[in-house]
Design a protein around this ligand. Structure first.
Ligand code: IMP
Ligand code: MG
Length: 182
């Protein structure tokens, strides 16, 4: 078991709550895609734990692929630019795609990805996000599954980072102010 990280001010979502809710969403997805052979596309690196946990609980036929985009530098705010850093390996045309995302903040990344996948001829494109930041969406994004809505605060853990740290925490937490100073 990991100890509480000294730079975490508050735990917003515990490991138990994350896993319980992910089981529920996995069951919903499995029902909705029972006949569809879904292609799960996770956005690296923030969605790795979510992808690993939710896919393991799904009972529908599925395959997975990973993509890396960058809309943030080592900062806690959006640069407004989405760039593909690593593209998919598999052909997307005709596939039912479910994007697995860590968090919808401004919505910029997802808006770009949904459009991009539709342009590649996906049969359907839907979004499954772990977190949705309340009131933060500047872009119109359409999502099918959201595990948790959180206040408009910067969070880390369970895949989410600040300057590449804290991804390995098993819970979602808020950093102490001093964490931003180093
Ligand atoms: P968006 O394009 O603003 O919706 O957010 C894109 C990406 O920003 C997410 O996939 C995350 O990697 C990152 N991000 C947004 N909010 C947070 C946060 O609170 N903590 C850590 N990363 C975040
Ligand atoms: Mg990030």
């Amino acid at each position: 078991m990991k100890k509480m990280h000294p730079m975490i001010k508050e735990v917003l979502i515990t490991e138990e709550d994350l896993q319980a809710r992910i089981n529920t969403i996995a069951a919903q997805v499995s029902e909705d895609y029972a006949e569809k052979d879904v292609l799960l596309v996770a956005v690296l690196k923030g969605a790795v734990y979510f992808m690993a946990d939710i896919s393991r609980k799904m009972t529908c036929p599925l395959s997975m692929d990973f993509m890396a985009v960058s809309s943030y530098g080592n900062e806690s705010r959006s640069s407004g630019v989405v760039r593909i850093v690593k593209d998919l390996d598999v052909e997307m045309a005709g596939r039912h795609v479910l994007i697995i995302e860590d968090i919808i903040d401004t919505g910029l990344t997802l808006k770009y990805l949904v459009r991009n996948f539709e342009a590649r001829g996906a049969a359907s494109v839907e979004v499954c996000a772990l977190l949705l930041k309340e009131g933060a969406q500047e872009q119109e994004v359409r999502w099918k599954y959201v595990a948790f809505e959180i206040p408009n605060e910067f969070v880390v853990g369970y895949g989410l980072d600040f300057a590449e740290s804290y991804r390995d925490l098993p819970y979602i937490g808020v950093l102490k102010p001093e964490a931003y100073q180093s």
